[in-house]
Design a protein around this ligand. Structure first.
Ligand code: LLP
Length: 452
């Protein structure tokens, strides 16, 4: 810290002044540590043989808060927000965090403090977003296959709403006519995304109203004088190619130019982040440049301005998150060495559900010899977290970190095998703050009705 602050070489000898100076030094050191932690943190770092996040070791986090533990790096989230905002010029995109990726009130508040709105899919997510301080006009509600009553609730709360079925649009038109604006979610018939389970824009997907049904959409709009104010497309998650977004832009601008009531075009989320060290990622700066130009051109050619909306989930939080687990057993079979940890598909379902790759690091033995392991959970069915991984030698008791656990990690966790879900901690300004407690057995039992 001395690098940043110079103190007088000789301190006054009067005792009270000494006290004053020592307090000042402590305060200044804390302050400079915070600035340092925020500005210079680059995620998980190996410092003097210890893996740390913003200067806090994983070892200490495990000692203080136990394992398994979800850990989020606020500095990384803020950096992602800044990079995304900085990718656009001449327009100001409205960024709505896809809350489903990480619905924790403290994370939502962090987003809001940084000028980010929220994208929600259920009335419960709406309620949590409002608890975090979001105003209705900052909330985009894009539900799928929900009871119409949920949409009515959304209207009564004053949310932005996207409808994704013709029957729902008709009901909406009948009930509200032109009195309450809405958008529609379109299905563009584009196959995109990391795998079929997370592809939502293809013709066999349940999402959105088929682009081929555009005439029916416009007929309903006309018939009920619906105030159609937005168009929305979300084609899937982990979309590498920016051409997919440019194709979406072509479709959306083409419709918007003939429908003057449309004010915003929402491109959903889906930017691909790096799961492995050299993974290719969506070229966000290039995409920002190209989309900015298209919006500026649209205004020039059509004499009206449209807003660009985005709904990133993974992009904002995936890389900020780590799942810290402890090795319970090392099991040698004739063919495989298993590392059995105190977690599993109940806490991180992505490897089993999507065949997703999460980097695994043995933070307890950074200098250990590299060996090949299958890292598995303690759940009573096959729950591989990582197969054929080269890790520094793992010993029973060692702590392992699974990276990229910020998005759809905790949120898809369950109490399967009646195990508690982990606690969550946010590392912010060099301090670890608990943002969710570990489940207790009482919570797991709560709600069960013993009829005997
Ligand atoms: N907007 C809408 C309407 C969405 O349905 C989603 C995600 C997003 C935005 C955010 O997409 P993202 O930027 O996070 O890719 N559980 C899966 C991902 C499911 C995504 C669901 N919808 C996974 O862990 O890979």
């Amino acid at each position: 810290m001395a690098i940043f602050f110079q103190f007088p070489a000789t301190l006054p000898t009067v005792p009270c002044l000494l006290l004053f100076y020592s307090k000042l030094i402590i305060l200044t050191e804390r302050f400079s540590l915070r600035i340092f932690a925020t500005l210079f943190s680059h995620g998980m770092e190996l410092n003097n043989g210890t893996y740390q996040l913003q200067g806090i070791s994983f070892d200490l986090l495990a000692k203080e808060l136990g394992t398994p533990l979800y850990i989020y790096d606020a500095a990384k989230i803020v950096r992602q927000i800044q990079t995304l905002k900085g990718a656009f010029s001449g327009i100001e995109p409205k960024i709505k965090f896809a809350a489903k990726a990480l619905t924790n009130v403290s994370i939502l508040k962090l987003m809001r403090k940084n000028g980010i709105g929220v994208d929600v899919v259920s009335i419960q997510e709406v309620q949590i977003a409002m608890k975090a301080g979001f105003q209705p006009n900052e909330i985009m509600f894009t539900p799928n296959c929900v009871d119409f009553e949920e949409i009515v609730q959304g209207v009564s709360l004053g949310l932005n709403i996207n409808l994704d079925n013709l029957s729902v649009l008709e009901k909406f038109g009948k009930k509200y006519g032109s009195s309450y604006p809405c958008g529609v979610r379109l299905n563009p018939h584009i196959m995109a995304g990391g795998n079929l389970k997370i592809s939502t824009g293809h013709s066999n997907s349940k999402f959105g109203i088929s682009i081929q049904q555009l005439p029916e959409i416009l007929q309903l709009v006309e018939k009920y004088k619906i105030a159609l104010n937005g168009l929305h497309i979300h084609t899937g998650s982990e979309i590498l190619e920016i051409d997919v977004f440019l194709k979406m832009a072509e479709i959306l601008f083409n419709i918007a130019k003939d429908v003057p009531s449309i004010k915003s075009l929402d491109f959903g989320g889906g930017f691909k982040v790096a799961y492995k060290k050299d993974d290719k990622t969506t070229d966000v700066p290039e995409l920002g440049k190209r989309l900015s130009q298209l919006f500026v051109d649209f205004e020039k050619n059509n004499g009206r301005k449209l807003e660009l909306w985005l709904e990133p989930g993974k992009y904002l939080v995936s890389e900020s998150g780590y799942l810290l687990v402890k090795t319970n057993v090392v099991k040698q079979t004739p063919s495989i060495t298993f590392v059995g940890v105190n977690s599993g598909l109940n806490h991180l379902i992505r490897p089993m559900m999507y065949n997703a790759y999460h980097e695994i690091v043995n933070v307890s033995n950074p200098k250990g010899e590299l060996k090949t392991y299958n890292v598995v959970g303690n759940i009573c069915e096959t729950d591989t977290l990582g197969a054929d991984r080269n890790l520094n030698e793992v010993r029973e008791g060692d702590l392992l970190v699974l990276e990229n656990a910020g998005a759809y990690g905790y949120m898809m966790a369950s109490n399967y095998n009646s195990r508690p879900r982990p606690a969550e901690v946010l590392i912010i300004d060099g301090e670890a703050k608990l943002i969710r407690q570990r489940d207790t057995l009482e919570q797991i039992l709560q709600g069960q009705v013993d009829i005997f």
